[in-house]
Design a protein around this ligand. Structure first.
Ligand code: NAP
Ligand code: FE
Length: 363
């Protein structure tokens, strides 16, 4: 058993503005990677620019990252960031994941980018600093990046492992999240914790973080359903998201994430909601003793009660995707070919099992 999570995490009010010393040691030029508006709205971009100016560090900004980012955005970002010594990612999982890919290309060049990001040879990266603004992916403490692949019509996890060097977590940056973003990202963190526990790679160390996440969810789940999240509850969810990130940094995610990717790609169901859409079916094919532990820690008595809560919660912000039965065979095939994901599950799942999980969850 081993526990390796090298990212240094700094949390607190105004934390970025207090970190000049760390920034000074990183070089002369930075690339800031964000989405269109959220980094500006939440104040994180102003804080980062202010620290960089105080340290006389030059910077360029790539603020075009789309949700569920296409792989090609790594090239656009690397071109804007030419010569950067480090990358500062501000936003949800989309900018943080994209920044990790960009950081590889900034070190090794943009030619043959697919090979560098997805090929067999490992490539390292210039340092990445991560400033999360959503309560979900945990990308600020995970080595993972997920990109959209338009050829395969789904999302793919990059095989490179890029842990951020530093993460800066400030509650202020999360307060501008719209309810729909908050709800779906909390479901992402919730699913990370569950998929990390019901996982052959789960350890005593990863479980510590995963069960803590479930306990925080249980504490606030009624308030979450009633849209009654005050600042203290939000801080618990901010931490839960990072804790769940630490858990999956050890174990990876599992079947619900893989089932959800094509549904997010084809029907736009946000990532966190896509994961939990499949969770009750995931419980059905998982060892009962593991499921019971997860249900208890999350405050549910039975899978049926859990499934009803999830159905009601998704309906607060999302429409049910209208998926036709004939698509499901292709989606099931995509997952049947992902050996590593299937191996994370304690039981062997056949193509038929996967197809049934799709049917029972979506039709
Ligand atoms: P996201 O795609 O980064 O952002 C979703 C939306 O929320 C964007 O429109 C964004 O605006 C907005 N937003 C973000 N923070 C905000 C704030 N504080 N105030 C107002 N608006 C805000 O969402 P995400 O759920 O965090 O990330 C999802 C991606 O992460 C998916 O691609 C998923 O597959 C991946 N993921 C990665 C990991 C990992 O370990 N690396 C784990 C799970 C999932 P802007 O466009 O302006 O930024
Ligand atoms: Fe996720």
């Amino acid at each position: 058993m081993r526990f390796y999570m090298p990212t240094k995490v700094y949390e607190g009010d105004g934390i970025v503005l207090k970190q000049e010393k760390l920034f000074r040691g990183l070089g002369k030029k930075a690339l800031i990677v964000t989405g269109k508006t959220s980094a500006k709205k939440c104040g994180a971009l102003d804080d980062v620019i202010s620290v960089l100016n105080n340290c006389n560090i030059e910077y360029t900004i790539f603020d075009e990252v789309k949700a569920n980012p296409p792989i090609e955005q790594t090239i656009d970002g690397a071109n804007i960031g030419k010569g950067a010594d480090f990358v500062v990612a501000i936003g949800g999982g989309s900018p943080m994941d994209t920044a990790k890919g960009i950081a590889i290309l900034l070190k090794h060049g943009t030619d043959n980018h697919i090979e560098k990001l997805f090929g067999k040879t490992d490539y390292d990266a210039i340092p990445v600093l991560a400033i999360p603004t959503t309560t979900g992916t945990g990308s600020e403490v995970t080595p993972y990046s997920v990109f959209t692949d338009d050829k395969l019509k789904t999302k793919l996890s990059m095989p490179r492992r890029i842990f951020p060097l530093y993460s800066f977590i400030d509650i202020k940056y999360f307060m501008t999240m719209p309810t729909a973003v908050r709800n779906t990202t909390i479901m992402d963190a919730f699913s990370h914790a569950i998929e990390s526990i019901i996982n052959v790679r789960s350890t005593a160390y990863s479980e510590l973080f995963a069960f803590k996440t479930l306990n925080l969810f249980r504490k606030h789940k009624d308030d979450l359903m009633n849209d009654n999240i005050d600042k203290d509850a939000l801080l618990d969810f901010v931490r839960a998201s990072t804790f769940a990130g630490v858990a999956i940094s050890q174990t990876g995610t599992s079947i619900p994430h893989a089932l959800g990717y094509p549904i997010t790609y084809q029907f736009g169901l946000p990532h966190g909601m896509a994961n939990v859409t499949f969770m009750a079916e995931f419980f059905r094919v998982s060892p009962k003793e593991m499921v019971d532990k997860v249900l208890e820690a999350s405050g549910f008595k039975t899978t049926e009660e859990f499934a009803e809560w999830i159905r009601k919660f998704i309906a607060l912000t999302e429409k049910r995707p209208e998926v036709k039965e004939e698509y499901l065979e292709d989606y099931a095939k995509l997952l049947s070919e992902q050996e590593a994901k299937l191996k994370s599950h304690p039981r062997k799942l056949s193509h038929q099992d996967i197809l049934e999980m799709y049917k029972n969850s979506l039709l």
